[in-house]
Ligand binder design. Sequence first.
Ligand code: IMP
Length: 200
Amino acid sequence: MKKMILASSNPHKLREFWEILGPLGCEVISQHEAGIDLEPEETGTTFEENSAIKAREIYKLAGCPVIADDSGLEVDALGGEPGVYSARYGGTRDDKAHNDLVISKLSGVPDEKRTARFVCAITYIDENGGEFHFLGRFEGRIGYREVGRNGFGYDPIFMVGDISSAEMTPDEKNAVSHRGKALRLLAEHIKNTESEENDA
Ligand code: IMP
C-alpha cells in the first residue's frame, strides 16, 4: 500500500479521502497518526495558496506523499466573502454565528443575486516532490434560514434547488460537492501515474 499523509486531523475528512483513495491502494493517515503536530498558518489569499502552504510544510517533515485541502464558501453578493475566512468568519468559529451573519448581510438581496459556491482546493505532493493542484466547485444560492440536520458549517443555508446541502445524504452530497469533485480529480491523477509506473 502506498502511504500518504493527509494534512488535517479532521476524522470526517480522513474518512472521505480513505473512501476514494483506499480502493486505489493508498493508505491515507492523518498527520496526527504520523506524529506531526504542526498546524501551518494559513496566510494565503486563495484556497489554492492555503492548501499548498499546508502541503509544503507537512511534506518537509513527512518523508512520504502528502495531501492538503482548503475549502470554504464564496457568496457573490458579498464580493466572495467569507472565502478563505470561512472557518473564522466574523471572528468566531461558531457555525450558527457564521450562518446568521451571512443571512443578515444578505438582508434585502433578492433570490437571483444570492448565488454562492463552495470551493475546495487540494494540493498533492508526491514521493518525488512533484506538486499537483485540483479544484472542485459546488454551485448553489444562500437561503433565508437554516434548514436540514446533515453536514456541517454553511450546509444549512446553502440551497441547491429546493433543498439545502444539509438535507442531502453524505453520498448525495459527495456526488456533487466541491470536495467530492476535487478528490475524484486527485484519484484520477493517482490512478494515471500508477498505471504509467506499472507500464514503465
Ligand atoms: P477547511 O477547509 O477545513 O479550512 O474549512 C473551511 C470552512 O469552510 C469550514 O469550517 C466550513 O465553515 C466551510 N466549509 C467547507 N466545506 C464545507 C461544506 O461542505 N459544507 C459546509 N461548510 C463548508
